[in-house]
Design a protein around this ligand. Structure first.
Ligand code: SF4
Length: 361
């Protein structure tokens, strides 16, 4: 055994031992079912475990297997997803389920390369499912794993650059024991999530403190290197809420953005905050009733500032004119809660709309 391979073996065994003592009990760790693992990995992208867990449980209760997901109506899938954000994940999940059911006759791929062919599955998810369920030796590289590898082995390449992925991939491949790729991958992710955390990790109590490059050189807070800067964008939305006979007008969000397929009120986008002060003219003679304050809603790359203007439509003729003009759908208040819509609209409804009309939820 070379010095390198004996260190790799020590590292893997120490890590797995740490994992067995410290891991959180999570339902997707109790299964080898590729459907359940796949669902959990998609839900947990950009989502904390405590936030994703109830969604995972609810999703599997509603769609217990790939067939039920493939055959579901898209709006049902989106309504279960409501609040998680990144709705393209839900839509792709369902497209992937249809692929498995209709193209692969209900059989899941059993390899990393096979999973990469499934809609919405990238390198990370393919590695997770193929290693957890089919014991393929392939690394999962998420933010936690990049951080652990960078600090432990002093890798200073920018993790935001795709070209540097190979360095981390190769390092992880050296470390993964061929007989336990599933446990190793779970362990290194959990180690990053619980022990080698982004800010102020407790290095004094770390099992690797004597081997860790970053701790020994006192550069823990400098690693990993991540240079990419997010450019945040502010947007200003003026929503027109038309109310008639316990019904409301909504439009389906067109394709090509994160809210694709969700329903929202007719919207005029403005180019600055002050423009939200000016009351819009309704398309018909519908009297204005009230307006909300400006609500701020923070997305990953955007800050949305929105004001909602509520109009009471008086006649059936006006109502029909508005439906036509906005290419809108009529939604009864009784089903508004279950209607798939951006969380921003739910905030407005709960804080302004329902109280104004004394609707008790
Ligand atoms: S010593 Fe600190 S920086 Fe190094 S692996 Fe442990 S927790 Fe991470």
């Amino acid at each position: 055994m070379t010095e390198n391979s004996s260190f790799n073996s020590f590292f893997a065994q120490t890590l797995i031992h740490w994992y067995e003592r410290n891991k959180r009990e999570l339902p997707w760790r109790e299964t080898k079912d590729p459907y359940k693992i796949w669902i959990s990995e998609i839900i947990l992208q950009q989502t904390r475990v405590d936030q994703g867990l109830p969604y995972y449980i609810r999703f599997l209760k509603t769609f217990p297997n790939v067939k039920t997901l493939a055959e579901a109506e898209e709006k049902t899938v989106l309504s279960i997803w409501q609040g998680l954000g990144y709705y393209s994940r839900a839509r792709n999940l369902q497209k992937g389920a249809k692929q498995v059911v209709y193209d692969y006759k209900g059989k899941f791929p059993t390899s990393y390369d096979g999973w990469l062919n499934i809609k919405g599955v990238g390198s990370y998810t393919a590695a997770a499912v193929s290693s957890f369920c089919f014991l393929e030796k392939v690394p999962v590289l998420d933010g936690n794993v990049f951080r652990v590898l960078s600090r432990l082995f002093g890798i200073t390449e920018d993790i935001a650059q795709a070209k540097n992925r190979k360095t981390f991939w190769n390092k992880a491949m050296e470390l993964i024991p061929a007989n336990q790729p599933d446990i190793f991958n779970q362990a290194i992710m959990e180690f990053g999530a619980l022990q080698c955390v982004p800010k102020s990790p407790d290095c004094e109590r770390c099992v690797f403190k004597t081997q860790c490059f970053a701790y020994q050189k006192d550069v823990v807070s400098d690693l990993p290197v991540k240079i990419k800067k997010l450019v945040r964008r502010s947007r200003f939305f003026q929503y027109h809420v038309y109310y008639y006979n316990k019904q409301i007008l909504m439009r389906r969000r067109p394709s090509g953005d994160i809210w694709e397929g969700l329903l929202e009120f007719p919207l005029v986008e403005k180019d600055h905050l002050e423009a939200l002060e000016k009351k819009p003219k309704p398309a018909t003679a519908s009297p204005f009733i009230f307006q909300s304050d400006v609500l701020k809603h923070v997305l990953s790359h955007q800050d949305l500032y929105s004001r909602f203007y509520v109009f009471q439509v008086k006649t059936k003729t006006d109502w029909n004119t508005l439906i036509k003009k906005h290419d809108a759908e009529v939604v009864a208040l009784t089903v508004l809660d279950e209607t798939p819509k951006p969380v921003l609209l739910t905030k407005f409804l709960n804080a302004y709309f329902y109280p104004y009309f004394s609707i008790h939820k």
